[in-house]
Design a protein around this ligand. Sequence first.
Ligand code: ATP
Ligand code: MG
Length: 550
Amino acid sequence: MENKPAISNFIRNIVIQDLESGKHSEIITRFPPEPNGYLHIGHAKSIVLNFELADEFNGKTYLRFDDTNPTKEEAEYVESIKEDVKWLGFQWDALYFASDYFQEMYERAILLIKKGLAYVDDLSAEEIREYRGTLTEPGKESPYRNRTVEENLDLFERMRKGEFEDGTRVLRAKIDMASPNINMRDPVIYRILHESHHNTGDKWCIYPMYDYAHPLEDAIEKITHSICTMEFEDHRPLYDWFVRECEMESIPRQIEFARLNMTNTVMSKRKLKQFVDEGIVDGWDDPRMPTISGLRRKGYTPKAIRNFCREIGVAKNQSIVDEQMLEYFIRADLNETAPRTMAILRPLKVIITNYPEGQVEMLEAENNPDDPSMGTRKIPFSREIYIEQEDFMENPPKKYFRLFPDNEVRLKNAYFIKCNDVIKDEEGNVVELHCTYDIETKSGTGFTGRKVKGTIHWVDANHCIPAEFRLYEPLILDEEEEEDKHFLEQINPNSLEVLQGFVEDNMKDVKAHEKFQFFRHGYFNVDPKHNKDDNLVFNRIVSLRSSFKL
Ligand code: ATP
Ligand code: MG
């Protein structure tokens, strides 16, 4: 992996202090996804932060599945998350499932009951909400709040045994219904849910709530720095309360940072799942999705994503990152590594009328003019070629330097050609051009006789490979987002454009995920899902240029 100096941030400073003061001799962080969807670019920010922090100080990072909610979680998500973390370049020191701690969590809940710090409440969910109060009004105590320890132990045991229906009772922490922090107003710790769990099966019908489970998970694993997003800042007193009152030996410290938000990007597993479920995209790995698997299929590299995550930094104040910043990093990476080649996305046939019929010559082309070490390749040239439709205009405006009647342009790596005739179909559409070439102007021979203003790209029509090109735009555009509209009603109708064209003939053996720079069109990735017998499919990763500056 890149050996870049670590970028300083407030969490790193806390870690340095804790190591220097001797509070910890080794730090342990964790990445704790809930397996209820695929990871997205926001998760990458957390992954890079947690893993690189521990790496830098020779600590450890665990991958922990926060699988305490059986209704939304699936084994498929567990597998995809593991794959994505590894693909990003990280290896966890241990893999844990929060559900493995259900027994311990249950026992610690009994401890709370015995200490008089938890009670079984028979209020309905709606009543609990009403009793909770508001930011300006204190809450009201439940009539069940002062049950005896014996009664609570008995009811909780019967909850566990499955004697009660879903939603009829909960276990709550007994803290302070008048606390200015609503999270401290007797939060629910356990609920009844007769539901199979992907890991524990039907062993449990009571499940712990996030606010109770998470601090215990961290403490059980001896996590030193538990990094989460800002929404949990107000939950920190509760986090500390559970660690203390459950008498955990190891005391983790919760630290919050601002989550990643990005322009034109939906960043929530729940919403992304809706795109998938409603068939708006072609699965979680659709290249328009901001998921790690979508970015991978589009053609992003782990290195570009890591560099992006480092550069956006870690802070407490919320901000929205321009999606062009992510594109900046993939361009920077591929600019160095992707071979240059020619592809025609919207073909227009050109006949070079003075080129001998049946003749084919092999021309030399550089794979990267900026990097001679990437070598050269041979490309065939003959009497028939394809150029881009947009590189010809019958009635061009001023300053149009590409092909038009009687004008001469350079074919990249080949010859000058001049347009003599325009062939149209019955409706008047241009279907073919007749041109002549000048043998003196061959590329690489140092011809200086005259100059042309335009250079266009091409592929040989007799030696090329049909290919499909998929061009992407954001699924949702921020400008079109309206308060009262559901996000699914704001889908960008132009998020995918599919074109049928041609690539150079030397690309017949390309493999899934090979990346190229197509002259003037941008960077493309060989789609991993296309069928071997079908045409090649290239996903556009990013166009070549942008006004974005870092
Ligand atoms: P989502 O709402 O998309 O499901 P989440 O926060 O509920 O996100 P988790 O699976 O619980 O998802 O998250 C795992 C870790 O990733 C958490 O520590 C969380 O703080 C972090 N994380 C999630 N989204 C972002 C984001 N946009 N930016 C930074 N970190 C994030
Ligand atoms: Mg979540």
